[in-house]
Design a protein around this ligand. Sequence first.
Ligand code: TXA
Ligand code: MG
Length: 346
Amino acid sequence: MHTEHIKIERLEAAETDLLRAAEILRSGGLVVFPTETVYGLGGNALDAHAAERIYAAKGRPSDNPLIIHVAFPEEAERYAYPNKTYYRLAKAFMPGPLTVILPKKENIPTTVTGGLDSVAVRCPSHPVAHRLIELAGVPIAAPSANLSGKPSPTAACHVAEDLDGRVQMILDGGESEIGLESTIVKIDGDTLTLLRPGGITYDALCMVCDKVTVAPAVTHRLAENERPLSPGMKYRHYAPSAPVVLLDGDEKQVLAFLKAEQERTSCAILCYDEELLRLAPVNLFPIGPKDDLATQAKRLFSALREADSANAEMIYAHLPPMEGIGLALYNRMIRAAAHTVKTIAQ
Ligand code: TXA
Ligand code: MG
């Protein structure tokens, strides 16, 4: 399949291309589009075959359900049964990086929801995503636009690496602003369960809802045979081919450990910007200043891709703190590392 690559500099100048993209979606084809979180691999969410094509293009197991993207929060009513809590969340965080799991209506095919009777709904804030959904006139089912098992794409070049020849069109809207996938919550009456942390933080959710619990799989390894609340939690996502080890402990000691490891092995390091001049200048992938978790979130997936292509024996990174967007970073990194944390002690 030939993939058309379209660069979008200004939304106003892109209307003709977006109309064509919308037509591809309506006729069952696949279009990759930018969002504020990561790039999405979109197909018509009302078309069971489009969902099958998405799974095939990604090489993803079809029991892992897709998020449907709508142009306006109230459109959830057409495809699901939102309640008061949904509207409270929508008022506070939509459009934006929040996905809400709701009981589904009949018109959403079970291929989209991996056989579940619930559906994940998200209203992205990225102007290109918003306009594309509006023009398509149908909800767009979209997982992250990476091959299954690779980090989510935060730039069109990552998408091209994974999906060139597998989709009709890639819309290049530049670098993703947040860089980690949306926060996912499940509503049970007035209780929220945080299934996947993202740009909308735990603290922000607590400002809107009194009862917010964090699903155990966000921070802990699932036990054998344990059924996760979200099917995606059981897969080892975002993992480079080299083993990833997260380092915890005193800053100076961790730096000394890294220096020693650089002499001993061919390792790649996802380092803080401040460490660039203090480590040997080989296979260093800076993810941002130590105290700037938002920049680290934005650069993480790109750094993981680069570190992976360095063909190092091992990839080291710092264990992030679990506060603010740090919880989302922690969740992605602990999974990339298959829960391998090394504490550096004196
Ligand atoms: O930021 C994002 O959410 C991006 C952009 C493209 O919108 N999309 C994304 O999709 O990350 P994906 O497919 O890579 O991750 C969706 C996650 C999966 O872990 C899936 O298991 C979970 O959402 N999910 C989807 N529907 C669900 C449902 N009905 N119940 C529980 N979990 C669900
Ligand atoms: Mg994904």
